[in-house]
Design a protein around this ligand. Structure first.
Ligand code: BGC
Ligand code: BGC
Length: 735
């Protein structure tokens, strides 16, 4: 439809119809009989209002979507189709590794492929919009939702944000297989105080702009059709009612002109947060902030018309919001074809098809970080007696907390993966302890979560016995998927006690322990790391998890992932991130000097730094060479290193470039990631890696909050992770 036609349509709509477009209803409203009895009654709306709704969330079944859409078009006075939205986070039916794991691939293009597949499956299933990507910068592993982010680094997150949006949206939203992206949660939801879910966020304006906004900006620049508000406050003002944030920053500065949706019931929460007296005031604050869609409450539908009547808000505010929603529907081609790509035959053909599974397997293997290996990996293919113990030995829930459609029956467990890959080894599999700690009541999205296959009382002893008789032990430990994700904040980042006890007992009887950790966050793995010969961080790897781990353990695939989030030494060290500041008294390693910036009881260094990860070979680096040690404003300086595979296996190195501005008008991070290149090298092979450095890469918010660079010396680091000391110095000259 042409834009003039859209405007004509808008002008022809009643106020009631327009406000209907701003309301989003969940699946509960469409369960035939339940419509008016359950949710709708509570909601205080009738059938007529349901018929006016503009969008839905969390309706998945394609046949149901078809029926609802059919009815909606009939009933809506202008036959405006509904938008079907849902959280497709790390896969629709084919489940990919969780986003934090995808961040560790350091391959945005791979995340893009996963997004393309998710969009293909979801659109055949009848969906139009996914509430993804979440690009919130995360530095505090206590917060359960770190699993939904691609990590702690603004540069890396920005690359992933762009890639994922492009993956979902394709060239045009209309095209077959495209769905609209909704970047979230705007803004800075990833920095809740003390890692506590929904907590307030206290950030300096500089940190907001410099660290937190870039990834959202990148998603917006990539064309993200939607943005979701966040639950948190920022500068003591809840984001969902924050006019400055949504209008001045998001719309005017960042140039977003798409649809802004509230997070789940976030408009109503303005009341509990204490900035709105009642629902009417909450509606006013949100519409004035420019929130177009009210997710999951009746506030807009109940109060916007009254506010217009009173003259508190204007109808033109509603018109603007409606026009944005109609534009999105039009961009998706829904006026021509309200079902878009919905196709039950393709839906069954695409879901979990072999090429999608293959991609899931590759993405999972490329996302698992080998943290330690004392020569025990890769494994021999035959002649080994292996004890596979721990609660994840046969677990099938490997898709994380945000997979609404992932099913156990479609998942390859570690046991099955190991059996397929190493059929000439002997595998003894015993769980040992439960995944959910005894006495714990764990609630997921659908209520109480219970242990699937609870252990018998002698399982612990059997696991230890199997370990004592084996050549080596693979111990599969971790947190339950619902220990992370939304509402998954934790104050203790260690593994549950009974898993630690199992590890202790097993590692006492067999020193050849290979530990595999499944989690949605960096855990405190001090003891596990120390007691293991090898340690693999497997995250929640998705449908092909077991195969991917076996691929790595048997060396069919070389481990190549790098940490996108620092692994803390212990919980007391968080929030922790590599791009921190020097203090006036940086610690120089001299413990006798009390008056330096450090802890008395733990090291300053994390257990494993950002950018860290091992493979089955080692790489040597030459010194950093520069094309010039002086860089003028328009110049480019080339920094290069020669990287050589020094080991006996082929492997992939992720060569990382960091810059440090040595002195500026404000304190600058000790280094910042500015580039990386993945390079595959055969044993003995070497290659020269070059990075182009320019003035733009040195910009920051200066003393006067201008985004600019300042003259002076800067350090260029090129190496294997964020702690590299391989460096050279250059000088930026501006005049
Ligand atoms: C979450 C969002 C999600 C929404 C809809 C909220 O609770 O914070 O990330 O998109 O629910 O499911
Ligand atoms: C302390 C001050 C103290 C000063 C003189 C500094 O190290 O931070 O609080 O007054 O020494 O003793």
């Amino acid at each position: 439809m042409e834009r003039v036609k859209l405007i004509e349509l808008l002008n022809d709509m009643s106020l009631e119809e327009k406000i209907g477009q701003l309301m989003q209803l969940s699946s509960n409203f469409y369960e035939d009989e339940a419509v008016l009895t359950g949710s709708a009654m509570e909601f205080g709306i009738g059938e007529n209002e349901i018929d006016q709704a503009g969008s839905t969330l969390s309706i998945f079944d394609p046949e149901t979507i078809k029926k609802i859409q059919q009815k909606a078009i009939e009933k809506q006075p202008h036959h405006i189709p509904l938008l079907f939205m849902a959280d497709i986070i790390n896969g629709y039916k084919t489940i990919f590794p969780i986003p934090l794991a995808q961040g560790c691939t350091f391959q945005p293009e791979l995340a893009k492929e996963c997004a393309v597949v998710s969009a293909k499956e979801a659109s055949a299933g009848g969906l139009h919009v996914t509430f993804s990507p979440m690009v919130d910068l995360v530095r505090d592993a206590r917060w359960g939702r770190v699993m939904e982010s691609t990590g702690e680094d603004k540069y890396l997150n920005s690359l992933f944000a762009k890639a994922i949006v492009e993956g979902y949206q394709g060239k045009q939203l209309k095209d077959k297989g495209s769905i609209a992206a909704c970047v979230k949660h705007f803004a800075a939801y990833g920095a809740p105080t003390a890692g506590k879910e929904y907590n307030n966020v206290e950030l300096s304006m500089r940190s907001l702009r410099e660290d937190y906004l870039p990834a959202y900006q990148s998603a917006i620049d990539a064309g993200s059709a939607m943005v979701m508000t966040s639950f948190n406050t920022l500068d003591r003002i809840p984001a969902t009612g924050n006019k400055w944030l949504m209008q001045d920053i998001l719309r005017n500065e960042m140039g977003f002109d798409g649809v802004l949706i509230s997070d789940w019931a976030a408009i109503e929460e303005l009341i509990s947060q204490g900035v709105a007296e009642d629902k009417e005031e909450a509606a006013r604050l949100a519409i004035n902030a420019g929130v177009d869609i009210d997710m999951a409450t009746n506030i807009y539908i109940k109060h916007l018309a009254g506010l217009i009547q009173k003259g508190t808000i204007s109808e033109s505010q509603i018109d603007k919001a409606v026009l944005r929603i109609l534009t999105l529907k039009n961009d998706l081609g829904l006026f021509e074809n309200p079902y878009k790509d919905l196709n039950p035959e393709e839906y069954s053909r695409y879901n979990l098809c072999s090429s999608h599974r293959e991609l899931a397997r590759k993405a999972a293997a490329d996302s698992m970080v080998l943290l330690k290996n004392e020569g025990i990996l890769p494994l021999k293919k035959s002649g080994l007696r292996i004890a596979l113990v721990g609660p994840y030995a046969e677990e099938l829930h490997l898709y994380g907390a945000w997979s609404l459609l992932g099913e156990d029956k479609d998942t390859v467990s570690l046991r099955v993966g190991m059996e397929c890959a190493g059929s000439e080894n002997k595998l003894y599999c015993i769980k040992g302890v439960n995944l959910i700690p005894d006495q714990e009541f764990l609630y997921g999205f659908k209520g109480l979560v219970t242990e699937r296959n609870p252990v018998t009382s002698d399982s612990f002893e059997e696991a230890v016995k199997a370990a004592s008789e084996a050549d080596l032990v693979i111990i599969a430990l971790g947190e339950h998927a619902y220990h992370s994700g939304e509402g998954g904040s934790k104050a203790d980042l260690r593994l549950p006690k009974q898993q630690r006890e199992l590890f202790e007992a097993v590692s006492r009887v067999n020193r050849n322990c290979i530990s595999i950790i499944f989690s949605g966050r960096p855990l405190d793995l001090r003891d596990i790391s120390e007691g293991s010969k090898a340690l693999l961080q497997a995250w929640f790897p998705g449908s092909e998890g077991g195969n991917a781990i076996a691929d790595l353990l048997y060396g069919k695939v070389q481990p190549s992932a790098r940490l996108a989030m620092t692994f803390p030494y212990c919980t007391g060290q968080v929030p922790v991130h590599y791009d921190h500041f020097n203090t006036g008294r940086p610690f120089n390693g001299d413990h006798k000097n009390r008056f330096q910036s450090k802890y008395l009881d733990i090291p300053n260094e994390p257990l494993y730094p950002f950018g860290y990860g091992l493979g089955y070979t080692e790489f040597g680096y030459s010194e950093v060479r520069l094309s010039d040690t002086l860089m003028k404003k328009q110049d480019t300086v080339t920094a290069s290193v020669v990287v050589k595979n020094m080991g006996e296996h082929a492997g992939t190195e992720t060569v990382q470039l960091y810059l440090q501005d040595q002195k500026a008008s404000v304190v600058r991070p000790i280094r910042e990631l500015k580039g990386f290149q993945r390079v595959y090298l055969e044993p003995g092979e070497f290659v020269e890696i070059m990075f182009e450095i320019n003035e733009e890469m040195l910009r920051f918010y200066n003393h006067n909050m201008e985004y600019t660079s300042e003259q002076g010396a800067f350090t260029i680091f090129i190496g294997e992770n964020a702690t590299t000391n391989n460096q050279a110095e250059c000088y930026l000259q501006l005049d």
